[in-house]
Ligand binder design. Structure first.
Ligand SMILES: [Zn+2]
Length: 95
C-alpha cells in the first residue's frame, strides 16, 4: 500500500503553519496546536528558526533613498492621465 494514502491531511497541514507562526498570524487555538507540534518536530523547528532570521533581516533592512532628482523627473514626465505614458517613461532611463 502506498504510504501517501495513509497520511492524515489535518496533521500534515500543521507543518505549513511555520511562517504564520513566526509573524504571529495564528489564532490562539492554532498557535497552541502548532506550539505543541513544534516541540516534537525538528523540521518545523528549523524552519521557524530560518523564518525568524529572515524576518529579522527584513525588519533591519530599512528603506533606500532614491538619487536626487528622481522624484522631479518622474513628476515632470509622467502625466496623471491620458495616453502616451509609456513613451514618457522611456525618458526616465537617462543617458
Ligand atoms: Zn512539523
Amino acid at each position: 500500500m502506498d504510504t501517501d494514502t495513509l497520511r492524515d491531511p489535518i496533521t500534515d497541514s500543521i507543518h505549513l503553519l511555520t511562517g504564520a507562526h513566526v509573524v504571529d498570524a495564528l489564532d490562539d487555538r492554532l498557535r497552541r496546536s502548532f506550539e505543541a507540534h513544534l516541540r516534537a518536530c525538528p523540521t518545523c523547528e528549523g524552519e521557524v528558526a530560518d523564518f525568524r532570521e529572515t524576518v529579522a533581516l527584513l525588519a533591519g533592512s530599512g528603506s533606500v533613498t532614491p538619487p536626487a532628482g528622481v522624484r522631479s523627473r518622474v513628476l515632470r514626465t509622467v502625466p496623471l492621465r491620458g495616453p502616451g505614458w509609456r513613451g514618457r517613461l522611456r525618458g526616465l532611463r537617462g543617458p
